[in-house]
Design a protein around this ligand. Structure first.
Ligand SMILES: *Cc1c(COP(=O)(O)O)cnc(C)c1O
Length: 364
């Protein structure tokens, strides 16, 4: 059996089948139906945020937020993230300006200061691996320079910062409910905000600018979530705490097995905050480990453990982007990071096997 990173978490099948019967019987398949509204209400409650707007995926969600905020020109963001963060902005004519990250993998506030100019309209932070950005500092910088602040929260459902759930920071945040994320709706996304006007604009823009049946008040796109997607999201939300418990138990096992290995460092979330433990991220220090990250990765793949080196080589190094200045920490992380399998379908024995393979790779 192959062990994969990002194997989708599944709901209780009967819950989903019942919802599908109900949706078909109702003839209401999409267009802000009852399942979408129920999902939005449940997420609002879980995150303690005023508005949740369900969308077809997080990429479109980020674009809807950018349009609703009226962004123009440049958006400052990390290059150490999934390519969607930058592509989403580029695709609607905004220019990503890449900023380096700190050793905690999130955008470095002090570097942002050097990149802000008259063309800057926003800062886009990413809570990578569910580890929140320095949100309060970013809010301060955004206010100081009078630019907007929003977050790619694709990884951060259920995580908190300074005791406050992610979803409540900046002007808006966008979660992904893609199949590989800890809560999924097959495909999907959620925009959250505490700003009433911004929430209205996002609702309007996800539905072609419609306000009522036939009143088009602005430009817009098709960013709607369908009913069956929302039903899947609701079914997964029911299981969220079990998913987190399983992830957490796996994480503790990984720490136990890996902590004594030379040159292998596991990225630990802040234990005082809520976290979904959705990703097990290790950094390989080649000098101390005596072997490269890529050699460990190859050995794991040979042995049916499909670990991943995510985000290599950094978005700023992708050929379709204008070559940017060097981003030393981004490049360092791109060379070192290895993501290991976890989730409710991964057992303690699986984890022992993965860690034994890593140990063998170090001794080769
Ligand atoms: C998954 C992901 C996205 C894209 O989400 P979709 O819902 O697939 O559009 C964006 N940013 C990050 C960091 C992601 O991991």
């Amino acid at each position: 059996m192959k062990l994969h990173v990002g194997l989708p978490n599944l709901p209780n099948n009967d819950v989903l089948y019942r919802a599908l019967d109900d949706i078909l019987a109702s003839h209401r398949l999409t267009n802000n139906g009852p399942y979408v509204r129920k999902l939005e209400a449940a997420i609002t409650e879980t995150l303690g945020v005023k508005h949740a707007v369900a969308v077809c995926n997080a990429t479109i969600g980020l674009q809807i937020v950018a349009k609703a905020l009226g962004l123009t020109g440049e958006v400052i963001m990390p290059a150490w993230t999934f390519v969607a963060t930058a592509h989403a902005m580029e695709w609607i004519g905004l220019k990503p300006i890449f900023c380096d990250v700190s050793a905690s993998h999130s955008i470095m506030p002090s570097r942002i200061e050097r990149l802000v100019n008259d063309n800057t309209s926003a800062i886009l932070g990413v809570h990578l691996w569910g580890n929140p950005c320095l949100c309060r500092t970013l809010e301060f910088i955004a206010r100081l320079h009078e630019v907007k602040l929003f977050f790619d929260a694709a990884h951060a459902f259920g995580c908190s910062y300074t005791g406050r759930r992610v979803g409540n920071f900046g002007d808006a945040e966008v979660f992904s409910l893609h199949a590989t994320k800890c809560i999924n709706s097959f495909e999907g996304g959620i925009i959250t905000t505490n700003d009433d006007e911004l929430a209205d604009a996002c609702r309007r823009m996800r539905n072609f600018g419609f306000v009522n049946f036939d009143d088009v008040q602005s430009f817009g796109t098709n960013g709607k979530m369908s009913e069956i997607h929302a039903a899947m999201g609701l079914a997964m939300l029911d299981q969220f705490s079990q998913v987190v418990d399983a992830n957490k138990a796996n994480f503790v096992l990984y720490v136990e097995y890996l902590e004594s290995l030379p040159g292998i460092y596991i990225l630990k979330p802040n234990a005082h905050e809520d976290h979904n433990y959705q990703y097990v991220v290790v950094e390989v220090d080649q000098a101390a480990a005596g072997v490269s990250r890529d050699a460990i990765l190859a050995y794991l793949h040979e042995n049916n453990v499909i670990a991943r080196r995510y985000f290599y080589p950094g978005i700023h190094r992708l050929p379709m982007y204008v070559p940017s200045r060097a981003l030393p920490m981004t490049e360092r992380l791109a060379e070192r990071v290895l993501v290991l399998p976890t989730g409710p379908s991964v057992s303690g024995n699986d984890i022992e096997r993965v860690c034994s393979l890593i140990k063998e790779a170090l001794c080769k």
